[in-house]
Ligand binder design. Structure first.
Ligand code: ZN
Length: 508
């Protein structure tokens, strides 16, 4: 109720109390979160020199970021950007879990509480409120960076093979944020209202955040939430599009094996977490002839595996539904990956055959045959062995030393040529790629060998790029219709050897 005698001082803010006890808030402009105040930069950068850090918070120098863009085309300099929000979130998580105060990862596995899960997700939600204008925060297309949106699942068990391992060859990667925003989730599935079921997933997500933090800081990885996580209208639209696209569709046999392997790995983890008495019963059922001593040693083996597993909680499982855990795979759907790629000037890459098929089935215009024009490049890239290093520390050093720059430069050159439709340079680019691959071999010899796989790239360059009417609709409704181009090409990455999702998947 407005005060009767003080209407003249009414500032336009509205508080609404509902009968169920919940409340809503609107400021004079209809904003709901108040985030425009706490996410506003304390001071807007002015008079920047070319070598100063850019005012958009990208972590890049001004000359390499916003300098040549007209002010209206830059990411916002007024509110905190994507990278800064992610770093704030890292700080918040470190603080909530006591990592800054010296707690170890094993401490976190042992002590992770409902309260901590709740606070972590409250922090996440407050950084990505309902009135977030994602488009004003996104990095802008630039010739200076070869950028790729990863169309796959964001998981700490695979992030080294699918994302970090490719950073010697790609300048930047856009990746789906693994955390669930409590904003658009029913209370019974919400990480803030029902946090205990999110413990296992939170542990995994935090580990992923810790692995990615240095790469976020350096501006190599853009961890961007699915826009539908905070914008319900966007969420409904993209969900509807994905449903229509996949109506009656079943992934081909073997095309989602990676996801199955991850789910199997999770299943094994839960088995190992069962109380000893339950395990004893299960083993007895499975192998009635086993002796007590044999069962004891199997249980001891499973428990020592559990102790060494960084993704497992070190807490007894609560029996019944109250101890149930909600696990999920988070990633972009095709429409959202294309939406983000169009706005950030990226290409798309995936390691999931199912997604690769969907991309070709639904994002090509009928008259777009495979572009014969780029065959030399496709073949020269197909011949390259990409060493995929499994050690984040090594990968970080490689990038900060500026090594493998030849391959990244060749990728930039190629993306630029496809975008501008300049096919005359195809042989030159194919040669550049082959040369860069040779130089790469020599460079890898000087990097201490850790766990290393061999990656391969299948390239697809349709003559008109990848396009989809539904994505245009998303761009018109929720984006900047100006300066949006089809996605020039896409890559399917695969590995010579099966990449173990976790050593224990095999043990199980
Ligand atoms: Zn900038």
């Amino acid at each position: 109720m407005l005060p009767q005698d003080e209407l003249w001082r009414f500032g336009g803010e509205i508080y609404v109390g509902d009968a169920d006890g919940s409340t809503q808030y609107r400021d004079a402009f209809g904003r709901t979160s108040g985030a425009h105040e706490y996410l506003r930069r304390k001071k807007r950068a002015t008079d920047l020199g070319p070598n100063d850090w850019c005012g958009c918070g990208s972590g890049h120098k001004f000359k390499r970021c916003c300098k040549d863009l007209p002010e209206t085309d830059r990411p916002s300099w007024d509110v905190y950007g994507i990278r800064e929000r992610n770093l704030m979130f890292c700080n918040a998580v470190d603080g909530i879990l006591g990592l800054t105060a010296g707690k170890s990862w094993d401490d976190v596995r042992r002590e992770l509480s409902d309260e901590q899960v709740k606070r972590i997700h409250e922090a996440f939600g407050s950084l990505w409120p309902e009135d977030t204008d994602l488009v004003e925060l996104l990095p802008r297309p630039t010739k200076g960076a070869f950028r790729a949106v990863y169309l796959g699942t964001s998981d700490p068990r695979t992030v080294e093979a699918t994302v970090l391992g490719w950073l010697p060859y790609f300048d930047e990667v856009v990746l789906a944020h693994p955390f669930t925003n409590p904003l658009c989730v029913k209370p019974e599935f919400s990480p803030t209202k029902s946090p205990s079921q999110y413990k296992a997933q939170t542990l995994k997500n935090v580990l992923m955040l810790l692995i990615l933090e240095p790469y976020i800081r350096s501006g190599y990885v853009h961890l961007i939430p699915h826009p539908g996580d905070f914008n319900p209208h966007f969420g409904m639209s993209s969900l509807h599009m994905a449903k229509e696209r996949t109506a009656g569709w079943k992934p081909a046999e073997g095309s989602v094996d990676l996801l199955k392997a991850l789910a199997k790995d999770d299943h094994g983890r839960f088995l190992r977490q069962l109380p000893e008495s339950s395990l004893r019963g299960l083993i007895r059922e499975y192998k009635p002839e086993a002796s007590d001593a044999e069962i004891d040693s199997v249980i001891a083996y499973m428990k020592s595996d559990l102790a060494a597993d960084p993704y497992a909680l070190l807490q007894p499982i609560v029996p019944g539904e109250s101890g149930a855990q909600l696990l999920g795979f988070k990633g972009y759907n095709l429409e959202v990956a294309m939406y983000l790629a169009a706005l950030t000037g990226s290409i798309i890459y995936t390691d999931l055959e199912a997604q690769w098929h969907q991309l070709h089935l639904h994002a090509l215009q009928t008259d777009q045959a495979a572009a014969a024009a780029w065959v030399p490049v496709v073949e020269s890239l197909r011949a390259v062995d990409f060493p995929i290093d499994g050690d984040p520390q090594t990968l970080r050093e490689i990038r900060s030393d500026g090594r493998f720059g030849g391959m990244r430069a060749a990728m930039r050159l190629f993306a630029e040529a496809v975008r501008s439709g300049d096919r005359s340079r195809r042989d030159h680019i194919a040669l550049q790629l082959t040369k860069a691959a040779q130089a790469m071999k020599g460079e890898w010899k000087n990097v201490p060998e850790t766990l290393r796989h061999t990656g391969r790239v299948e390239l697809s360059v349709p003559s008109g790029g990848f396009e989809r009417n539904e994505v245009h609709r998303l761009l018109l409704t929720f984006g900047r219709a100006k300066s949006v181009h089809p996605i020039p090409f896409a890559m399917f990455i695969k590995f010579e050897e099966a990449v173990a999702t976790h050593s224990q998947a095999a043990a199980c």
